[in-house]
Design a protein around this ligand. Structure first.
Ligand code: BGP
Length: 455
C-alpha cells in the first residue's frame, strides 16, 4: 500500500468563498467584501451559505468519507476590526465547525488567513503598515488559545506568493512596495510559527503557497537559465525565507533590477531564522513554461503583474505539450510529481497538498452531475502523487479544491470545483440545495481504499 494508514484524505474551502453571512454574527468587513466585483459575477454576501448550513455540509463531508477538512478562519469574524476586541460569536462559529468535524473524526486543517485581510487594517495601509504584523500575531494568539486544544494542523497564509506576484488580480493589494509588504507577511508568518510552537508544543504549522515547477521552453542554456530564475521568482524565494530564514540571492537580483523597494534589518533576519515550519503545504494547479527574455530597455520599470515575466530574466509562454481546461488552465499531472519531488528534495520536510482541482461548467441534470472530466483530472494527479510517495516523498494529506461548490474569484458560480453541487448561479441564489456529483462517489471509493482504487 503506497499511502500510510493515517494518510489524511481531505478537501478544501476558504471562508470568503464558501461562508456567506458576510455581516452576521458580528463579522467585520474584509477586503473581499468591499472590492469591486467583476461584471456579471456575484458578491460574497451569500456564497454557498455554509455559514448557515455548515452542519448539513459537514455531515455530507462525513458521508464522502473525508478524513480531513481544510478550511479558513475569517479574521474579521474573530477580530472584526483586525486587532481590536475579540468577537465571541465568531469564536463560537468556528468552535461549532471544529466540533462538528471532530464529531465525525474529520481532522480540521485550519488556514489562518486566506485572502481576506480585515478592511480596517487595509484602510491604514494593510501589509504596508507594521501594525498589521502585530495584528496577525495577536489574531494567531487568539486562535491558538481558543482552538489549540482540538486543531493540530495550522496553515499560516494562503498563497502569499500569488498575493505578492498578482495581488491586483485577486483583490489583495498592489504597489511598488509589494516586496516590502511581502517581507512583512514573512515576518508575520514567522512570528505565528514561533508562537504556535511555544503555546502548542504538539501542534504542527506550515505555510501554504501556490507552488509549481517552471519548465524551460527549450534545451538552450539561455532558456534553462530563465527557468531557474522563474522558479526562484515564483516558488523558492518564498519557501527559502520561510524554511531557512534567508533571502534567495537570485530573487534579490530580480527585485532590485525592477526597482522595487526592499529593506531588511538584521533583527528581521533573526526572527525569520528562529521560525521553522513543521511541514510545507502547497496548492498545485498547473506548471508554467518560460523562455529567456531580452532586457527591453535600461529603465527600471516596475511590472506589477510580474507572474508572467521579469524583464531581462524570463517570459512565460504556452506549453504546446499540455491540454487546457475549459478555463484555459494547463493540465499537468506529471508536473505535480515534478513539483512534489522538487520541494521535498530542496527542503526535506513533509508535504501537504492544500489545493488541487479542476474548475468546470458543471451541469445539474435530474439531480445528478456527470463530472467525469473532474474524476479524470483528480485520478491522474493522485496517481502521480502515489508514485512520488513510492519514491520516498513524505506526504501527509491531500485536499482537493473544493469540498463543495463555492465562488470562484473571477467567474463566480460559473466555474465550479466541488464534489458537492450547490444549486445557485451567478444571477440568483435559487434553492442552495446540495447534490452529490459523480466525483463524490468516486472520491469516496478512493478514500475507502486508501488511494488504491482510482478507477
Ligand atoms: C487558488 C486560491 C483559491 C481558489 C483557487 C481556484 O489560487 O487559493 O482561493 O480560488 O485558486 O481559483 P479560481 O477560483 O480563480 O479558479
Amino acid at each position: 500500500m503506497a499511502f500510510k494508514k493515517d494518510f489524511l484524505w481531505g478537501a478544501s474551502t476558504s471562508a470568503y468563498q464558501v461562508e456567506g453571512g458576510y455581516n452576521e454574527g458580528g463579522k467585520g468587513a474584509s477586503v473581499q467584501d468591499v472590492k469591486k466585483i467583476p461584471d456579471g459575477t456575484p458578491d460574497f454576501k451569500v456564497c454557498s451559505d455554509h455559514y448557515h448550513r455548515y452542519k448539513e455540509d459537514i455531515k455530507l463531508f462525513n458521508e464522502l468519507g473525508l478524513k480531513a477538512y481544510r478550511f479558513s478562519i475569517a479574521w474579521t469574524r474573530i477580530l472584526p476590526t483586525g486587532d481590536g476586541e475579540v468577537n465571541k460569536e465568531g469564536i463560537d462559529f468556528y468552535n461549532n465547525i471544529i466540533n462538528e468535524c471532530k464529531k465525525y473524526n474529520i481532522e480540521p486543517i485550519v488556514t489562518m488567513y486566506h485572502f481576506d485581510l480585515p478592511y480596517e487594517l487595509d484602510k491604514v495601509g494593510g501589509w504596508s503598515n507594521d501594525k498589521t504584523v502585530d495584528a496577525f500575531e495577536k489574531f494567531a494568539k487568539v486562535l491558538f488559545e481558543n482552538y489549540g486544544d482540538r486543531v493540530k494542523y495550522w496553515l499560516t497564509i494562503n498563497e502569499q506568493n500569488i498575493m505578492t506576484l498578482m495581488g491586483s488580480v485577486i483583490g489583495t493589494g498592489d504597489s511598488s512596495e509589494i516586496y516590502q509588504d511581502n517581507h512583512r507577511m514573512l515576518l508575520a508568518q514567522a512570528k505565528a510559527m514561533i508562537l504556535c510552537h511555544k503555546m502548542l508544543p504538539n501542534a504542527k504549522i506550515g505555510p501554504a503557497p501556490n507552488i509549481s515547477a517552471v519548465y524551460p521552453n527549450s534545451n538552450t542554456p539561455e532558456d534553462n537559465l530563465a527557468a531557474q530564475y522563474a522558479n526562484v521568482h515564483r516558488n523558492w524565494q518564498f519557501l527559502d525565507a520561510c524554511v531557512f530564514g534567508i533571502y534567495n540571492k537570485l530573487a534579490l537580483e530580480m527585485i532590485k533590477s525592477q526597482g522595487y523597494k526592499l529593506e531588511i534589518s538584521e533583527d528581521d533576519i533573526k526572527i525569520l531564522k528562529n521560525a521553522k515550519p513543521d511541514f510545507i503545504a502547497f496548492n498545485y494547479y498547473n506548471t508554467s513554461t518560460v523562455k529567456a527574455s531580452q532586457k527591453i530597455n535600461d529603465s527600471t520599470k516596475i511590472d506589477q503583474q510580474n507572474m508572467s515575466g521579469v524583464n531581462g530574466f524570463f517570459e512565460q509562454v504556452d506549453n504546446k505539450n499540455l491540454q487546457k481546461t475549459e478555463f484555459g488552465w494547463e493540465v499537468d499531472p506529471v508536473g505535480f510529481r515534478v513539483t512534489l519531488n522538487e520541494i521535498y528534495s530542496r527542503y526535506n520536510l513533509p508535504l501537504m497538498i492544500t489545493e488541487n482541482g479542476l474548475g468546470a461548467y458543471d451541469k445539474l441534470e435530474d439531480g445528478k452531475v456527470h463530472d467525469d472530466y473532474r474524476i479524470k483530472y483528480l485520478k491522474d494527479h493522485i496517481e502521480q502523487m502515489r508514485r512520488a510517495t513510492e519514491s520516498g516523498v513524505e506526504i501527509l494529506s491531500y485536499n482537493p479544491w473544493s469540498a463543495i461548490d463555492l465562488i470562484s474569484t473571477h467567474e463566480g458560480f460559473l466555474k465550479r470545483y466541488g464534489f458537492i453541487y450547490v444549486d445557485r448561479d451567478n444571477e440568483s441564489e435559487k434553492t442552495l440545495n446540495r447534490y452529490k456529483k459523480d466525483s463524490f462517489f468516486w472520491y469516496k471509493k478512493v478514500i475507502e481504499s486508501n488511494g488504491e482504487e482510482l478507477d
